[in-house]
Each structure stands twice: as C-alpha cells, then as structure tokens.
Design a protein around this ligand. Structure first.
Ligand SMILES: *Cc1c(COP(=O)(O)O)cnc(C)c1O
Length: 394
C-alpha cells in the first residue's frame, strides 16, 4: 500500500533537527520561564535565544516578536487586538478594515465578527479570476476611517502570491502623509519560500505558524512593530508584554526557532525543484485528464501548490478514492473540509458552485518525488474516469 502525503499546506512533519532541539525542554529543562530560580532562568534563556533567532530571520527586534499558539491566534491578536485598542481609545469612531474575500478563516471570521458586533466596517476585496489582489483596488478602497489593511501573503488553497511589498509601499506613502494606518499580513503559507523581511515588506504585523514549515503544532508568532498598540486578548499572566498571558511553551518556541533557522539555510534550489515538480504535475493533469482547470495563476504561485477543478464530480468523492489508494490531498482547506459548503476562496475567484465543488488541492514537500506524482496521476485518471461514468452531469 502506497503512503503518499500531498497535504503540506495543512501541516508538515516536524524535522528531525527540530525534534532534537526540542527534546531537552520536555524533561530535564522543564522549568517555568517565569520562575526566578535557575530552572526558570534556563528556560527563559532558551526562549530569549529563540526570539533573537526568529527576529534575525524577520529582520526585526526581538521584542517585536510575540509568541502565540499558532497562526489562528496570531491573526486574532493582530486584528481584534488593534480594533479593540482603537475602540477603547477613541470613542465615537468606527474604524474601517480592508481585507480580501479569500483570506484564511482566522482573518475573515474575525473581521465578520467585529462587523457583526458593530465595531468596524469591512471591505472584502475580490481577487482577479487568477487569484491575485490588485494594488489599485486596495488603494481605491482606502477611506478616511481606514485603520487596517490585512492581506495574506500566500493563499492557503490556491497558493497565489499577493503583492505584499507593493501594498507595503502604498501604506508607507500614506503614513508619510500623516495617515494612521496599519498593515498586517498572514504569512503562514509564505515564510518557507518567500522573503520574510518585515522591513522590505513594509508590514506592521505578520502572523506565523511553526507547523506549516517543519516545526511543531501549537506554536506561532506575531511580529508587532514597535509603537503598534494592541489590546490584550488573554489575561491572567504578564507574559509577552501583558498581551498574551499563559505559561511559555518552551519546547514549542525552541522548535519554532530551529525550524526558522533551517529555513534561513535552505538553498533556493529546493524551491526550484518543487516548482519544477509542481509544473510537471499541473501540465500532465491538464493534458491527460479532460475537463480540468488550474485554479490560481500558474506563475504567481507558491512552488508547492497544485489546485485543480475536475468538472462534473465532487471533490470529496475524489479525495475518498485517493485516500483508499494511499494518497493524502485535500479539498478546500483542512478547516472547512467536512462541510458541504464550497470553498469561499474558489467562489471569490468567480467559480460556479459546481466547479468549486470538484476541486482538489495537492501540496508537495521536499521529500515528494516524481514517482509519487506519476503514481498520483495514474490513480487520478482512473478515479476521475470511474466517477464521471457514474455522474449524472457528465
Ligand atoms: C494554517 C493557516 C493558519 C492557521 O494556523 P494554525 O497554526 O493552524 O492556527 C492561518 N492562516 C493560513 C494562511 C494558514 O495556512
């Protein structure tokens, strides 16, 4: 039985160097980093070293890194934290947020929630049919009361790369003219393959999650530029500048830093190798399986992402058959699979419901081989043929 994992955007295995770095902090070095004795100080030292190492990678100051439980919490802290701070500081002011219609739920649901509570106005920008946000549409959406632009770096379903640097430039220009405006990016899917330098990107806040790039689950970070004030989201401890109380996840933090260090040594050859495999996969599917389409731009795309619509059949049915053949992929994002609603990402591109339903996301990793891809294509051809023969639509 084959065992082929093509769902790296859902999560990735912990790298062996990361696991090794983490091990001591479960048992020998178990101290609570907030304790003043030696056990505590040792844990604290490991955390602060990790913070410095992550800061170096992002080109920011260590005190600008806030550790969280992952991407979802970082997104919540950034958006809700900023809006609540503004709400409590300025009465009688209703701020405006600009985001995209195809953000991860951790961003879009927070925006919807704040909107429902009457705290903000939100503009959800539509991407192009190819899954890219136009900088001019961002610029056109800016209002007098716009305080936050939250735009993802790489889309988690279709892998398209957004013009973060260009939006950063726009924000800098407006700031220079005296506008109070903040720029947040969810970089959870980006950091492994794209520039993570917060200064070059011009962002004020950036969300990261370790388990998407070879680190452990349940640990993440939010870069918060000095001077950006957020309202605390977790009280009951003074950790992380009183923003996020709770005993430090020492092993997780050490693991995240190790995974980031490994990224900084990662040769760009890996990215090229993945992109080549990705294009091989895409070309063969589009050529050899009729009535298929690639979702998202073919070039402005993460090297690990292949998202394909198969006309006349349900994505869930394809997934089940792939799983039986030992191939793990996903439809939509892991967080929404299981629901029968079509993906909000694909709908935002303007895809019809039936096309959005028949879509599969394959995300490859460093260990994925051409042989894995060949087997997957061979299997897919059989599955699609069989399902279409049974489909009343084809
Ligand atoms: C996975 C993911 C998240 C959520 O991160 P967790 O650490 O799993 O909470 C947020 N945004 C994007 C783009 C993601 O891919």
């Amino acid at each position: 039985m084959k065992n082929i994992y093509l769902d790296y955007a859902a999560t990735s295995p912990v790298k062996k160097e990361v696991l090794k770095a983490m091990m001591p902090y479960f048992s020998q070095e178990f101290g609570n980093a907030s304790s003043i004795h030696k056990f505590g100080r040792d844990a604290k030292k490991a955390i602060e070293e990790s913070r410095r190492s992550i800061a170096k990678f992002l080109n920011c100051k260590p005190e600008e890194i806030i550790f969280t439980s992952g991407g979802t919490e970082s997104d919540n802290l950034a958006i809700r934290g900023l809006i609540e701070e503004i709400y409590y500081t300025y009465k009688n002011f209703k701020p405006h947020i600009i985001t995209s219609a195809f953000e991860h739920h951790a961003v879009i649901d927070v925006c919807r929630d704040l909107e429902k509570k009457g705290l903000v106005e939100v503009t959800y920008l539509k991407p192009s049919i190819k899954g890219v946000i136009n900088v001019k549409s961002v610029s056109d959406a800016i209002r007098k009361n716009t305080v936050l632009i939250s735009m993802m770096y790489v889309n988690n379903e279709i892998g398209t790369v957004q013009p973060i640097k260009e939006i950063g430039k726009l924000v800098q220009k407006l700031k220079a003219k005296g506008k109070k405006l903040y720029f947040h990016t969810d970089a959870v899917q980006a950091i492994e393959y794209f520039d993570g330098d917060v200064k070059k990107l011009g962002v004020d806040m950036m969300s990261l999650s370790a388990h998407k790039f070879g680190g452990p689950k349940g640990i993440g970070a939010l870069f918060v530029k000095k001077g950006v004030k957020l309202h605390h989201q977790n009280i009951g401890g003074a950790q992380e500048h009183n923003l996020r109380g709770g005993t430090y996840n020492t092993s997780g933090i050490v693991g995240m830093a190790k995974a980031i260090e490994l990224l900084s040594y990662q040769p760009s050859a890996i990215s090229h190798q993945l992109a080549k495999l990705r294009d091989y996969f895409i070309d063969r599917i589009l050529k050899e399986i009729p009535d298929t389409r690639l979702n998202g731009d073919a070039k402005l795309r993460s090297p690990n992402n292949i998202n394909i619509s198969f006309k006349y059949i349900e994505g869930e049915a394809i997934l089940l058959h792939l799983d039986m053949a030992g191939i793990a992929a996903s439809s939509g994002s892991a967080c929404t699979s299981g629901s029968l609603e079509p993906s909000h990402v694909l709908l935002s591109l303007g895809l019809k419901h039936e096309d959005a339903h028949g879509s599969i996301r394959f995300t490859i990793g460093e260990v994925t081989t051409k042989k894995d891809i060949d087997y997957t294509i061979k299997t897919l051809k059989k599955i699609v043929k069989r399902l279409r023969e049974m489909s009343p639509f084809s």
